[in-house]
Ligand binder design. Structure first.
Ligand code: AR6
Length: 165
C-alpha cells in the first residue's frame, strides 16, 4: 500500500526512512541535516565508514536515536534541465532504496521527495517517477510512505496517486 502523509520524516517509527543525501554522505541541509540531528553523531560516524555513495545508488545505516530502525541514504540527481539523465537517476534512487529495504527485511519504508529541495528537481515530475517505482514494489511491503513536508507537496502526491489509480 502506498500512503501519502504530511510529516517530519525524522519522527516516523517505520522500519526504514530514506535520506536525500549527497555523494560524500557527510550530512548537509534539508532533510539530511534534520535526520543527522535527530539520529545523533553516531550516524555521521557510520556514514564515514561507508565512505560515499554515487548518484542513483543507496547505502544503509542503523537509525541510532531515531524511531526508525534503519536509514537508507540515497543520492538524487541535481536538476540540470532534464536532458542529463536525471529521470533515470532519480528512478534508480527509488529502486535501489526499495531493493535495499527488501534485502534488510523491512516491511515499512518512508521517503521524502528525493532531489526536490536543494537539488531543484521539478516536484510534479519527481513525484510521477517516485510513485511509478513505488507501484512496482508496493505488494512486497506493508506500507510505502510518501512523507511530504508541505501541504503543497502532499497535494501533488495525492493528485498524482489518484490520477494513476
Ligand atoms: N521531513 C520530510 N521532508 C523534508 C524534511 C523533513 N524533516 N526536511 C526537508 N524535507 P532536500 P535534495 C523535504 O533539499 O533536493 C542536502 O544538503 C524538502 O521539502 O533535503 O535531494 C543534502 O546533503 C524536499 O521536498 O534534498 C544534499 O547536499 C525534500 O525533503 C542536498 O541537500 C528534499 O529536499 C540534497 O538535495
Amino acid at each position: 500500500m502506498i500512503k501519502v502523509i504530511r510529516a517530519d520524516i525524522t519522527g516516523l517509527s517505520c522500519d526504514v526512512i530514506v535520506n536525500a543525501a549527497n555523494q560524500a554522505l557527510r550530512g548537509g541541509g534539508g532533510v539530511d541535516g534534520a535526520i543527522h540531528r535527530a539520529a545523533g553523531p553516531k550516524l555521521l560516524e557510520a556514514c564515514r565508514k561507508i565512505g560515499g555513495c554515487p548518484t542513483g545508488e543507496a547505502r544503509i545505516t542503523p537509525g541510532f536515536k531515531l524511531a526508525a530502525k534503519w536509514v537508507i541514504h540515497t543520492v538524487g540527481p541535481v536538476w540540470h534541465g532534464g536532458d542529463h539523465g536525471e529521470a533515470a537517476l532519480l528512478a534508480s534512487c527509488y529502486r535501489n532504496s526499495l531493493e535495499l529495504a527488501l534485502h534488510q527485511g523491512a516491511r515499512t519504508v518512508a521517503f521524502p521527495g528525493i532531489s526536490t529541495g536543494v537539488y531543484g528537481y521539478p516536484k510534479e515530475q519527481a513525484c510521477r517517477i517516485a510513485l511509478g517505482i513505488m507501484r512496482e514494489y508496493e505488494d512486497r511491503f506493508d506500507g510505502i510512505i510518501c512523507c511530504c513536508f508541505s501541504d503543497e507537496d502532499k497535494r501533488i502526491y495525492d493528485e498524482t496517486l489518484s490520477a494513476t489509480d
